[in-house]
Design a binder for this molecule. Structure first.
Ligand SMILES: Nc1ncnc2c1ncn2[C@@H]1O[C@H](COP(=O)(O)OP(=O)(O)O)[C@@H](O)[C@H]1O
Ligand SMILES: [Mg+2]
Length: 260
């Protein structure tokens, strides 16, 4: 493989009273979809926040993160972030059109009018029905699934090259979840974005990921091509995650990983 977009070497991150990540070394390649899978508390969000520069001030950080560009990507410009909870990404008192246009206006240096037109197109692109009306709506007027679509539109408004989705579908019911995963799949392919898809659900990861990294208790237990992880997991913990999903354990591989 070519040089990584990001090389993480021996990264440890701690909060005041606990260690959240220990000795993590991981390469992220340009254009790949990397799923980070692990149960709650395994350090997934800590990794996402570290990459996005969103760690709290009291976090203790050791190790090295090297980006191929030589610069940390700027959140909201080069790196889009979709949170589990849309209240973290959307402003409740701002109309949707304004908040989706904001990123384009600021980072693509569009006029307000052009950014507004861009926002409207984005809403259409994330398959919001009736985008014209939604531009003038507030977040609370939409369903959870529609809000997450808007949050995705806002995250990609600046045309970032990297998209991090941290449990972006976990709060949604399974039908909507599948729709949002399909949407992310399309958007990431179209724009050739690098995606880091974080989930506690290895089955969901298998629908989207080229590679799966399994985290447990702040450590990387194994990483590999999605198909290999699903068909021949090496770690007992990974096996237990897969066995929790009858479909994956019995008829694996077909949907695993998009690219050969
Ligand atoms: N801001 C914080 N302050 C203190 N502890 C935290 C903070 N954020 C996360 N933690 C702790 O760090 C560990 C890893 O958390 P996190 O990275 O959020 O895991 P995950 O996203 O896999 O659920 C957990 O034990 C969690 O309680
Ligand atoms: Mg988390």
């Amino acid at each position: 493989m070519n040089n990584p977009l990001c090389r993480i070497t021996d990264l440890s991150v701690g909060y005041r009273d606990r260690t959240a990540l220990t000795g993590l070394s991981l390469d992220i390649f340009s254009g790949e979809r990397l799923a980070i899978v692990g149960e709650s508390g395994s350090g997934k969000s800590t990794l996402a926040r570290t990459l996005a520069g969103l760690l709290p001030d009291d976090a203790v950080f050791a190790g090295d993160i090297r980006w191929s560009s030589g610069q940390t990507p700027s959140l909201g410009r080069d790196l889009g972030f979709v949170f589990q909870d849309t209240s973290a990404s959307l402003n409740p008192v701002l109309k949707i059109g304004e908040q989706v246009a904001e990123g384009a206006k600021r980072h693509l240096r569009m006029t307000w009018q052009a950014a507004y037109a861009h926002a409207r197109n984005l809403l259409e692109h994330v398959r919001i029905p009736n985008p014209e009306a939604v531009m003038n709506a507030y977040p609370h007027q939409l369903s959870g699934g529609q809000r997450q679509r808007v949050a995705i539109a806002a995250a990609i408004a600046s045309r970032p090259s990297i998209l991090i989705a941290d449990e972006a579908t976990s709060a949604l019911d399974t039908v909507v979840q599948a729709q949002i995963v399909a949407l992310l799949d399309t958007l990431v392919s179209e724009a050739a974005m690098t995606m880091i898809f974080i989930t506690h659900d290895i089955a969901l990861a298998s629908h989207l990921a080229d590679r799966i990294a399994v985290f447990k208790d702040g450590r990387l237990v194994e990483i590999g091509p999605a198909a290999d992880i699903l068909s021949s997991p090496k770690d007992e913990y990974t096996k237990s995650l897969i066995e929790g999903h009858y479909d994956l354990a019995s008829t694996p591989l077909i949907s695993a990983g998009r690219r050969p």
